[in-house]
Design a protein around this ligand. Sequence first.
Ligand SMILES: NC(=O)C1=CN([C@@H]2O[C@H](COP(=O)(O)OP(=O)(O)OC[C@H]3O[C@@H](n4cnc5c(N)ncnc54)[C@H](O)[C@@H]3O)[C@@H](O)[C@H]2O)C=CC1
Ligand SMILES: O=C([O-])CC(=O)C(=O)O
Length: 317
Amino acid sequence: MAKVTILGATGNVGVFAAHTISEIPYVSDMLLVGRPGREDFLAGCCRDLSDSFAARGTDVRLSYGTSLADTKDSDIIICTAGVPRRPGQDRNDLAFENAKIIAETAETIGRSSPDAILFLVTNPVDVTTAVALKYSGLQPRQIFGLGTHLDSMRLKSLIARYFRVHVSEVHTRIIGEHGDSMVPLWSATTIGGIRINSLPTFSGLPAQEMIDAVRTSGEAIIRDKGSTVYGPGEAIATLVKTILGDENRILTVSSYIKSEIHGIGDVCIGVPARINRDGVFPVPLSLEEDEVAGFRESVKKIRKVTADVMERLEAAR
Ligand SMILES: NC(=O)C1=CN([C@@H]2O[C@H](COP(=O)(O)OP(=O)(O)OC[C@H]3O[C@@H](n4cnc5c(N)ncnc54)[C@H](O)[C@@H]3O)[C@@H](O)[C@H]2O)C=CC1
Ligand SMILES: O=C([O-])CC(=O)C(=O)O
């Protein structure tokens, strides 16, 4: 059984993630952490969640706190703390402000929970994953970000609807930045186990429209309802369950790669990774030429944003 901690638990994503995670059978303890002054809200969340447990037959010990010291002995720490983007902003516009929060948080967690797995949700997630890796001192397998998992799920759902098949029949991946330079892997997309490009209907697939819809999905939801909540909340729970259940699923998350993909590496970015109780292990890949070119561009972009942020963080110390 495991202790799962959510940082930023008073936020939109944190609150819903607490609900989805409480449904995972391996979770025995859940700690909700918010900023000082938010104690009443956190207490209310715990009471509200507890009410739902009776109906569901769930038995999770809930607690809340406002200090990172409370996170000690966590098996997984999920970080949703930080500013979200407003309509018209790019995720990378949040880079420095959120990197400062993550650097400080990661330093404390690295000291107090050296065996934990640290899961970043805070945007821009590829950059915050790299910042957490550097400042926590944890091993690369212990740190990952939500990356392009949610983007891959968004594409999966569009493909399933287009082909009028159940979502479970579709396997697809998007790699690279959780942002504009993301790269869809049509070469790794199957429907009912059959490669999508060997289906006669593939030629009519509005592939570019689909990927454009995925790229702008977060922005469109934020414009209409203020924040994305249900997609990220369910995606977070899938990853937590994969780790705690030692499931060895291959999911596309932001992870540190050395040179696993066509020799490209030394960056945190969305890649397929085998995920289990020990953490996250990127899977070496061989891609089509245009996919490699797209991935190189995406890596170049993320490396630059990450390097700029690291430089500013060091200068600010
Ligand atoms: N990677 C992904 O796919 C997704 C990432 N996100 C990101 O998750 C983050 C949270 O999003 P929301 O919950 O919608 O935002 P929100 O504004 O509702 O919640 C933010 C949370 O962070 C806390 N926080 C803010 N500044 C802080 C600081 N200086 N120190 C400690 N805690 C601080 C707030 O108290 C609050 O609990 C954002 O960065 C957002 O962009 C959101 C959805 C999906
Ligand atoms: O778009 C945003 O800012 C939130 C996010 O990352 C997503 O839902 O994909």
